[in-house]
Design a protein around this ligand. Structure first.
Ligand code: AVJ
Length: 355
């Protein structure tokens, strides 16, 4: 990651903060927009990652438990779709975390006699070390190649005679709008051969009240997670957000299946960044749009797959029908007219898409 030193202020005794230019650009664009927004990828500094760990343990946040339930209780269903033949498998997990979710799937593949190599990719060294310890203790025979860094920059090279199985779990795709989702899936598709597999963990549409509660928990952990973004900007861009003067607002719209989070300015106020040498004005009640968490119908999953070069081989869903792991198979490139039709298909998922 490229970094540079911000200009030091003569009167400042403290060391100049190191500014990430990507963060600086996003803040200038986002807080300068008509509808203010900040991309949700900036949630995950150390404090934000810890808060997200707490979110995953909340009674209201059903997503993690539902997904873990599928992987723990139905790994053989998944394995059957992933490896219908004897072809060796290279499992490439984008954002593996500590691997707690994936171990039972690896185990199921090995029990079926599928030769399997696991390539977990994550930006957290800490998570990868935990993963390594877990797999060493529980599946010592599995060839393990952890990769520290961003997904596409460090894609592992695997033998063309093996099947690549890419995993994107946690409903992480849900943070992208529809265009961005298709772009990401097409990028994954471009690394695959026909017949390779993408496992996508996605949260399903359900009782709107239940979804809303997952993003507006009673203990206020999600509010703290959202608010932590402002604390991060204070620290990394030398800003002066007073978090007392902002509140957390979560919404869910059954019309488009999007849960959205905002930070609301409780009063008219000006916030400055000394690192950026800019100020940002907030009206009372003005919002910063900070996150989209898309909920899917099975039709939407079909459309997403069709628009990005995959077929839906199967969807493995938890017993309550809340969450699904879609098994997508890379299909041959389509003739031009069919591709055009697939691209035109996804209707009914309109979007407010400022980025
Ligand atoms: C990690 C992106 C799947 O959108 O549900 C949890 C992040 N935000 N609570 C989600 C999140 C608020 C989470 N993802």
């Amino acid at each position: 990651m490229e970094m540079y030193l911000a200009l030091n202020h003569a009167a400042e005794p403290a060391a100049a903060p190191v500014v990430d230019p990507a963060l600086a650009n996003d803040v200038i664009a986002g807080l300068g927009a008509q509808q203010k927004f900040l991309p949700s990828k900036w949630f995950y500094d150390d404090a934000g990652s810890r808060l997200f760990q707490q979110i995953m343990a909340l009674p209201e946040y059903y997503l993690t438990r539902a997904e873990l339930g599928i992987l723990r209780n139905k790994p053989d269903d998944l394995a059957e779709w992933i490896a219908p033949d004897a072809l060796p498998v290279d499992l490439i997990e984008l954002g593996s975390g500590d691997g707690a979710k994936t171990i039972s799937l690896c185990d199921a593949l090995m029990r079926r006699g599928t030769p399997c190599t696991y390539h977990p990719i994550d930006v957290s060294a800490h998570a990868l070390i935990e993963l390594q310890q877990r797999f060493l203790a529980e599946l010592p025979d599995l060839p393990l190649h952890p990769i520290l860094g961003d997904y596409f920059e460090h894609w592992p090279s695997t033998p063309p005679s093996h099947r690549q199985v890419v995993m994107l779990l946690g409903s992480n795709l849900g943070n992208l709008n529809q265009d961005q989702s298709i772009q990401l899936l097409k990028r994954v598709r471009s690394r695959l051969l026909v017949g390779d597999v993408l496992l996508l963990g996605l949260d399903l549409k359900k009782d709107p009240g239940m979804i809303l509660a997952a993003y507006n928990d009673a203990q206020g952990v999600t509010a703290a997670f959202n608010m932590n973004l402002l604390r991060r900007l204070n620290r990394e861009l030398d800003m002066d957000f007073d978090t007392e003067h902002f509140s957390h607002y979560a919404s869910y719209s059954p019309l488009d299946g999007a849960a959205r989070s905002f930070l609301v300015s409780k009063r008219r106020q000006v916030v400055r960044s000394r690192a950026l040498d800019r100020e940002f004005h907030f009206a009372r009640g003005e919002t910063i749009y900070t996150e989209q968490s898309q909920k899917y119908s099975f039709e939407a999953i079909e459309q997403l797959a069709a628009a990005s070069g995959f077929d839906v081989a199967s969807t493995v869903t938890d017993d309550l029908g809340w969450y699904t792991i879609a098994v997508l198979r890379a299909r041959p490139k389509q003739p031009a007219r069919a591709a055009f039709l697939a691209a035109a298909l996804p209707v009914g998922w309109p979007a407010f898409t400022p980025w």
